[in-house]
Design a protein around this ligand. Structure first.
Ligand code: RP5
Ligand code: MG
Ligand code: MG
Length: 275
């Protein structure tokens, strides 16, 4: 695993520029005695119930590399190191210390639901002229923050199991169920569909919000509607942090948010679809 977007020049929703980290200096094991990146933690996260306090603040004694009460501080990649009692990015340098706009020191756990179906022309599955393979589609949302298309993922709430996050985030972002009664009516259908997922990826996400001390890790799961009759019945409607939602053809031309193109490519490989 390597990160690129985690080193992007200007940190999101700020005017803070990262220190430029050359490819070869990403690993912490490569010495860089003068490495002294800017420090940035957004004032918007301070004091938020979903965010950690500052390191050293009274009453804050996190148990790193552990499930710490309701907060999972374990990385999917094994134990991370600490420097001055602060977690170090499991992949390496990003050119920025602090937490930026991420709530947790260390791993910030997310979940990504990849909902797929075959592209059909009436009843027939469409085959790519190029690869002669069937074309798969997934439900993509357009993110409000960057305008990029993405998997409708989100952060795991404290104490929440990932399978719940996957379903909840899809409902909030692609079905706009926050506070709606519609969801209640369809609950059993939705529960049934989301009970059948296959894990695609678990680990680091190359997200532009990552810093030297805080980063996103995810569990991406594929929920596939083979007949096209299950999710086809859901009324898509963008909600929460999504501006738009649509079925999107899967191919190598996709340019998605963070590492999402990679996750989608793994689904295409698994399903033997056009890429
Ligand atoms: C990405 O950010 C993850 O893969 C997930 O899709 C998303 C979670 O953050 P929010 O959508 O809650 O901003 O890195
Ligand atoms: Mg969300
Ligand atoms: Mg989201």
């Amino acid at each position: 695993m390597f990160h690129v977007k985690s080193r992007s020049a200007v940190y999101p929703r700020s005017d803070v520029s990262r220190l430029k980290v050359p490819d070869e200096k990403v690993p912490w094991t490569v010495p860089w005695p003068d490495y002294n990146p800017p420090n940035y933690t957004s004032k918007h996260i301070r004091g938020q119930s979903w965010a950690d306090p500052e390191i050293g603040e009274s009453g804050f004694s996190p148990r790193w590399n552990s499930v710490d009460g309701k907060v999972n501080r374990k990385s999917h990649h094994g134990d991370y190191e600490l420097y001055k009692s602060t977690p170090l990015n499991i992949i390496g340098r990003t050119g920025l210390s602090g937490r930026g706009i991420l709530g947790r020191w260390g791993p910030n756990h997310a979940a990504d639901p990849i909902v797929t179906r075959w592209k059909r022309n009436k009843q027939n599955i469409e085959i790519s002229i190029e690869s002669k393979k069937p074309i798969l589609q997934f439900v993509a949302i357009q993110r409000k923050d960057t305008g990029e298309w993405a998997i409708p993922g989100g952060m795991v709430d404290p104490g929440e199991v990932v399978t719940t996050t996957l379903k909840r985030e899809f409902m909030e972002e692609a079905l706009n169920t926050l506070g709606s009664n519609e969801a209640k009516k369809r609950e059993s259908l939705i529960n049934k569909f989301f009970s059948n997922g296959e894990e695609i990826y678990r680990g680091y996400v190359d997200d532009h919000r990552n810093t030297d001390n805080a980063w996103i890790e995810t569990v991406a799961m594929n929920f596939h509607d083979e007949s096209g009759n299950a999710v086809g019945l859901f009324p898509f409607c963008a909600g929460d942090d999504a501006a738009n939602v649509q079925w999107t053809d899967i191919s190598a031309n996709l340019l998605l948010y963070a590492s999402h193109t990679k996750f989608i490519s793994l689904v295409a490989e698994k399903r033997g679809s056009h890429w």
